[in-house]
Design a protein around this ligand. Sequence first.
Ligand SMILES: [Zn+2]
Length: 63
Amino acid sequence: MLFQQEHAFFCPFCGELIDVLVDELSGPQSYYEDCSVCCSPILFIITENDAGEISIDTKRDDE
Ligand SMILES: [Zn+2]
């Protein structure tokens, strides 16, 4: 089953608000996705707490 949720993030490179589809059923993971505005590789870090809530961090990979 596909369960993709759209989330809005500010790109850590160009500061634009972008919409990204996140596959929340895949559990904790990290991956790169290119910004749709500036094409820089944004590192998405998905974590899950004890209550099963998903939280998503975005980072530049040069930090
Ligand atoms: Zn960008």
